[in-house]
Design a protein around this ligand. Structure first.
Ligand code: HEM
Length: 479
């Protein structure tokens, strides 16, 4: 009932929005779309589907049912590696293969695109919506605090956060829903380790984020009864808290009590970014960082539960490290460097269940790809699992086999892309690696677990992967 109502609201909103923009759409969808000079090339084969609605509802339904890969593979089989469809009211070229990934990540004819609801929730000046020099400048400010050297200095704090989380949310319990638990953990790690927030502020923010992320992929209709409007209210409250923290940092900086090297917020302030814009960046980072890493840790545990051999190897690796530590001694960077098999298992998890489903870009100027014209104004989409599950690249792709990542450099370029590529490649990959390894270390060395009765490990996508029952597991502490 809920789903069908949502689909109805979505359909009505799409119809309303599209009726307003009919003249523009007519040009976009017409067969000789594109600049006059490039009209000689054909647009990609395929269809635009139902008038107005296109393939949006069909693909969203497949994502929820976790059949989107099959849905898209059928199109690729029918039309080849370059085909057309219509998504969110926009003609879209769907591209498949490593070369397509490279094109999406590196072509200067393309630019990033975010859903309107997402932009209203996190703010329009977020790093992903910036382009050119502006993007490069802000990204450099972030990288300063996310690059390897910086991340090495976070290990002890991450260690403390993970242990605190397990003490508070796992010890003394018979079962745990892993995904919600990991979302809380990754949110706390971001808030305290990266932004240096007080625990009270972090907890208050966490509630608002929990609400606002539910509205990021909805139809942006701001009416009292819509989910979007409830989530937008949470986003406004969250923004106010973040802005208050940034103002405090500004006051400290002005009093000479802090320096730009202290934390990302102070660094951005000292580079002249306005509070409103820094707030957008913080909102974006919180969203980009916590759901993705939570999904990685959750699905890694799910795969380890289903693959006892891999679990035994991870356990052995982690126990060896634990044995060398004195009581209460935190993990060090050197310990993390020894977790080679555990990280290979994490990469295999990212291959099989990449947290982001697809990369979408907007076409800025007519461009050719694979012998076809992709006109200005279209979208271009690549889907990570099209290469991650390609048997020609990863034989027997349904088998969980961390050994595939013994030597990641041997993989064909742009075939394994969980963190994207090019100028937009995820700058948080080292941060999420360390966070994942620390969390897995304490989970496997302190608990035995198995899926709870009725929890089969299946999942759906929203579009982030979310396991049934949040991956409910029964746990037993190891004494
Ligand atoms: C397993 C964890 C993660 C995965 C799989 C992941 C994946 C990605 C991907 C695929 C992109 C590129 C999107 C595109 O090109 O359309 C991206 C961008 C981004 N990620 Fe991550 N991410 C993860 C964790 C993090 C963390 C922990 C942070 C920050 C601490 C972060 C910050 C960002 C930012 C700021 C961008 C935008 C970069 C830009 O526009 O230049 N991510 N991420």
């Amino acid at each position: 009932m809920m789903v069908s109502t949502m689909i109805m609201v979505a359909a009505l909103a799409i119809v309303a929005a599209l009726l307003v923009s009919l003249p523009v759409l007519y040009r976009l969808f017409s067969a000789d779309a594109g600049d006059k000079t490039s009209r000689k090339k054909a647009i990609p084969p395929g269809s635009f589907g139902l008038p107005v609605i296109g393939h949006t509802l069909s693909l969203l339904g497949a994502l929820r049912a976790n059949t989107a890969e099959e849905w898209l593979r059928r199109r690729a089989t029918a039309y080849g590696p370059v085909s057309r469809l219509s998504l969110f009211g926009c003609p879209t070229a769907f591209l498949v293969g490593p070369a397509a990934n490279k094109f999406v990540f590196t072509s200067s004819a393309l630019t990033t695109v975010n859903a309107e609801a997402f932009r209203r929730m996190v703010g329009r000046r977020n790093v992903f919506d910036l382009a050119g020099d502006e993007h490069a400048r802000v990204r450099a400010m972030m990288v300063q605090f996310l690059k390897l050297d910086a991340v090495k200095s976070y290990v002890a704090n991450m260690d403390a956060e993970v242990q605190r989380h397990l003490d508070a949310h796992w010890h003394g319990r018979a079962s745990v829903a892993v995904m919600p638990s990991m979302k809380t953990l990754t949110f706390d790690v971001m808030s305290t380790v990266l932004f240096g927030l007080e625990r009270d502020t972090a907890q208050e923010l966490s509630k608002e984020f929990h609400q606002l992320v539910q509205g990021m992929w909805t139809v942006p209709i701001d009416l009292p009864f819509t989910r979007f409007s409830r989530c937008l209210a949470a986003s406004r409250r969250g923004r106010r808290s973040v802005a208050a923290v940034i103002e405090e940092r500004r006051a400290k900086l002005e009093r000479g009590e802090s320096s730009p090297a202290d934390d990302m917020l102070t660094h951005m302030l000292s580079n002249g970014l306005p509070v409103e814009e820094i707030t957008d960046h913080v909102m974006f980072l919180m969203v980009a960082a916590h759901d993705t890493t939570a999904a990685l840790i959750t699905f890694l545990l799910r795969h380890l539960d289903a693959n006892k051999d891999a679990y035994a190897k991870v356990l052995q690796e982690q126990e060896e490290i634990a044995r060398c530590k004195a009581a209460g001694e935190a993990l060090s960077w050197e310990d993390l460097c020894k977790m080679r098999y555990t990280w290979a298992a994490a990469m295999e998890t990212l291959r099989m269940v990449p947290p982001p489903f697809s990369m979408l870009r907007k076409v800025l100027a007519d461009v050719e790809y694979g012998g076809y014209l992709i006109p200005k104004g279209w979208q271009v989409m690549e889907v990570l699992t099209m290469t991650h599950w390609d048997p020609a690249i990863f034989p027997d792709p349904g088998r969980f086999d961390p050994a595939r990542f013994d030597d990641p450099s041997a993989l064909p370029p742009y075939s394994f892309v969980p963190f994207g590529g090019g100028a937009r490649m995820c700058p948080g990959n080292e941060f999420s690696r360390v966070e994942t390894l620390v969390a897995v270390h304490y989970i496997v060395t302190r608990f035995r677990w198995k899926l709870a009765a009725g929890c089969d490990g299946s999942f759906s996508r929203h579009p982030m992967p979310y396991p049934t029952q949040g991956l409910l597991i029964d746990i037993n502490p190891i004494h």
